[in-house]
Design a protein around this ligand. Sequence first.
Ligand SMILES: Nc1ncnc2c1ncn2[C@@H]1O[C@H](COP(=O)(O)OP(=O)(O)OP(=O)(O)O)[C@@H](O)[C@H]1O
Ligand SMILES: [Mg+2]
Length: 472
Amino acid sequence: MSLNAGQMELREEAVRAESPAALALLSGFEHAPRVGVAREMAGVERSPGVGAARRFRSTTPGLVTRQVARAGAVHLVERVEAVGGDGLPSPVQATVLSVLRRSAAIALALGAEFAARTGLDALKRANLEGTLGADKRVAFGELLQAEALAVLHVFGNAVAFLLAPHASEVTVEVGGVEEVLTDNAPLALQGVLWELDQDIGALASDEAQLVGVVAAFAEALMEKIAARAVTAPRLETFTGASWQVEADGFAINGFSPARKAKGSTITMQFKKPHEVVGNHIAKYQAMRLAKMLMAYDFEHKLNPFAELGGFIFTFIGDGKPGTGKTTLIQMMAGMIHEYCGVAGYLFRYQNLSVDNIDSYQGKSGQNARAFINAVLDPAVIGFGTIDDIDQIAGKRGDRQSSAGALEITSVLMDAFAGANTVVRGNCTFGMFSNYPENVDDALRQRAGARFLVDGPQTREDYIDILALLLGK
Ligand SMILES: Nc1ncnc2c1ncn2[C@@H]1O[C@H](COP(=O)(O)OP(=O)(O)OP(=O)(O)O)[C@@H](O)[C@H]1O
Ligand SMILES: [Mg+2]
């Protein structure tokens, strides 16, 4: 994998150098929880009506009145190996542990990089020597906090990324991450590892759940840190640059999670171009569009056709029932699928269908958003279709349209030509309908092209279609 513009490499030696420290974190350390509550204690039942408040309260204002918990030992390696316990660590347990170690090492390496770039390491040295000036104290504290936040997020991000290929469909609810300490990076990692240790102990009883707990924990951690980072100062060095860890293909882009781009496995019947009779203009436009998509440049995330013109981001295909609209989708998806197979690109096809309309307020809009986002993903070639759009998207002011259908209309309108629409040229959306006049005017207007699908017209067309349908 090559580096994109503005991307820096997090060198393998730097990550390796942190490996022993990461291993030490997994093998064992002492930690006294400050925010989180140990699971064993939290599990104690109380009689109803008996409050949990302490009877004696310090009256000194500002003094933390919470009882300091005793330091407990955290042994993650033993904890993980004890899951399902049959004496020897299993391949899954070994994978989880090496993912945790690798992620901690990456996080620490990034922390070191951050410290070097911001001058934090010089401040740390001055602090150790006792020469840190009073004027630098605020900056020092803020930088330590920024480093801790960056390290924690990268840790969660790396765990989620590296563990993704091993995840099963088992999902576990871990709740929010509490023990987020931002005094400095090593303490921050200890805090979250302590909590992870608690979660594994309480929630993982077999290997699938172990992976589920760790993955869910990583997601919860990223969410928590990203929310914290909104208001935290001095993070520009981290958010302004991006890093790449070559060996894992892992990219760090500030506080946005790295996801492994996944194509979707498509279960649909593909049609070959010769199986589409008539519909000449639509057919050739679709074939051209499929080829144009292949000009997408994954490195710069742009398609020359999108810049020069001629790229069709959205189109509408309309025609009478049974004239070959669905057939056209099958042909186009088939062609893109084939081209992507040859070029080694990931292809994602999604169809927005009636199933996506939900009776819950807001859920239909979310479904439509998820559909759009999946197709827009700049790491894949995308093709999104909305077959029979008049049934799915509503028309504003029409009493017959359900609230869900109207939500879908508004999301599509925003996505196709809204204030923050970026046409990169990696994907295209097709809308198909028998009754385009039933589609909201503004949505119909957003289609960049109209493909007329009027089916077979001439005597020859009908002979062709008869030959096709009769087969041998
Ligand atoms: N132009 C065509 N070329 C080849 N086959 C066609 C064509 N039009 C229709 N057919 C045949 O008719 C069947 C129905 O076509 P298709 O499902 O594509 O129609 P549609 O336009 O999507 O209809 P609807 O509007 O009802 O969804 C297909 O299985 C296909 O075999
Ligand atoms: Mg159809």
